[in-house]
Design a protein around this ligand. Structure first.
Ligand SMILES: Cc1cc2nc3c(=O)[nH]c(=O)nc-3n(C[C@H](O)[C@H](O)[C@H](O)COP(=O)(O)O)c2cc1C
Length: 395
């Protein structure tokens, strides 16, 4: 087995999941995901987080090799979510004298998930733990993305173990450190992971970034995705921008359409945005593309233009699903455009307007609605809507 060293005595012990279709049984992961755990071998031996339960056997085998058969003294739990605590019981049964290290909420969760009442050390902000030459410091970062979440800072090599923060979808295909792979190719999966998993907790992420600013960080080791050591600013800047809803100039157009009338309006708006020089335009049929991908682009771009056919007095169901997710995530500070089609009493546009009231984004132009197909003499209305949105994006 390859030994992957973060430092002389600190190892990566992680696994690539190329089998699972849906992360958290909801978010598609066509490029897979990695579960990262870390092992520090000193006078005392510590694990930082574990892995998803399917990898228990290989995980324990690798630890056995790296520790040369010595028992593990501490399991530091930055995050209790089962994709990281999945091997907790197995680790305890292999190392019955192990001490769990976490905060009050960690141990409540350990008890509730696994009925574990193992000896433990409860830590608070700035608590420290010495393993010999290695000194660890702890800082809680609640709701990034669970209440018990914390980070662990190793002060000799200045490695910050961040739990899910700074994580990414995508397996580590050979390269594990950011300078062993083309990290820019992971950009989509970093943003998608942020928007799907952490995005609801932007205010908490901001507080977390402020709390970790006290550390001089040389390496960021998260529980998913690559280890950052050469491009730390890239990932920290990304988190700063995403968690403060800073967007790039661009527009996401999403529509729900059965027979193509609403889809045609989307095409006109998209074309006119391009005529006006907007380069980042993403057009999605909400029935085909999972909200995971659409939400990610909404986090990236300034404007969202929504189209819906009326459907049983409501908006089109897949548009409704997307909007429920957007409301649930609490995404802020976007421009909104609205259009749609109906045949008798409507339901699409009027419910999009209700969404606009609830989300409190800036509605640009007049919502446009057609009875059936778009009439040729209405073409300019869609051009005007696109122009009004382009003006705002470019302003
Ligand atoms: C199952 C179904 C339910 C519909 N419900 C409504 C409705 O409640 N109110 C309405 O005005 N039109 C309703 N319509 C008509 C469509 O909204 C209308 O034909 C619209 O032009 C379709 O747009 P599209 O071509 O983008 O799919 C419904 C159509 C279907 C097939």
């Amino acid at each position: 087995m390859h030994r992957v060293n973060l430092a002389e005595n600190i190892y990566y012990v992680g696994f690539n999941d190329r089998k699972t279709h849906l992360f958290e049984n909801i978010w598609p992961i066509p490029k897979g995901v990695s579960y990262n755990s870390y092992l520090i071998v000193d006078e005392k031996i510590a694990l930082i987080d574990t892995v998803e339960r399917s990898y228990i056997d290989d995980y324990l085998d690798q630890i056995e090799v790296l520790t040369e058969g010595r028992p593990v003294d501490y399991l530091i739990i930055n995050h209790m979510e089962p994709d990281h605590s999945g091997a907790l019981k197995a680790v305890i049964s292999k190392y019955p004298n192990i001490t769990l290290v976490g905060n009050k909420k960690t141990f409540e969760m350990a008890q509730n998930f696994y009925q574990v009442t193992q000896q433990n050390i409860e830590v608070y902000d700035d608590s420290e733990l010495s393993l010999g030459k290695t000194n660890l410091q702890f800082t809680t970062i609640p709701m990034v993305h669970w209440p018990e979440t914390m980070v662990t800072f190793e002060s000799t090599n200045k490695i910050l173990f961040t739990g899910d923060a700074c994580g990414s979808y995508g397996t580590l295909d050979g390269g594990i450190f950011d300078d062993e792979l083309d990290y820019t190719q992971y950009d989509e999966e970093i943003v998608r992971y942020f928007s799907n998993i952490v995005g609801k907790y932007c205010a908490h992420t901001q507080r977390a970034l402020k709390k970790i600013a006290k550390y001089e960080i040389k390496m960021i080791a998260a529980t998913h995705g690559m280890i950052w050591r050469s491009h730390i600013d890239f990932i920290l800047d990304k988190y700063e921008k995403l968690s403060t809803y800073q967007t790039e100039p661009g527009a996401v157009i999403v529509y729900g359409s059965m027979y193509g009338n609403t889809a045609k309006m989307a095409e006109i708006i998209a074309r006119q945005l391009a005529v006006r020089g907007i380069k980042n335009i993403r057009v999605y049929d909400s029935s085909k593309t999972h909200p995971s991908f659409i939400i990610s682009d909404i986090f990236k771009y300034k404007a969202l233009i929504l189209g819906s056919a009326a459907y049983n007095n409501a908006m089109f169901p897949t548009v409704e699903t997307l909007l429920t997710t957007i409301k649930h995530m609490g995404i802020k500070d976007h421009l909104l455009g609205i259009f749609g089609s109906f045949s008798w009493n409507g339901g699409g546009v009027k419910n999009l307007e209700k969404f606009a009231e609830e989300i409190k984004w800036e509605v640009v132009g007049q919502p446009l609605e057609e009875k059936g197909a778009m009439k040729p003499d209405h073409f300019s209305r869609y051009v005007d809507l696109a122009n009004a949105i382009a003006d705002k994006i470019l302003a």
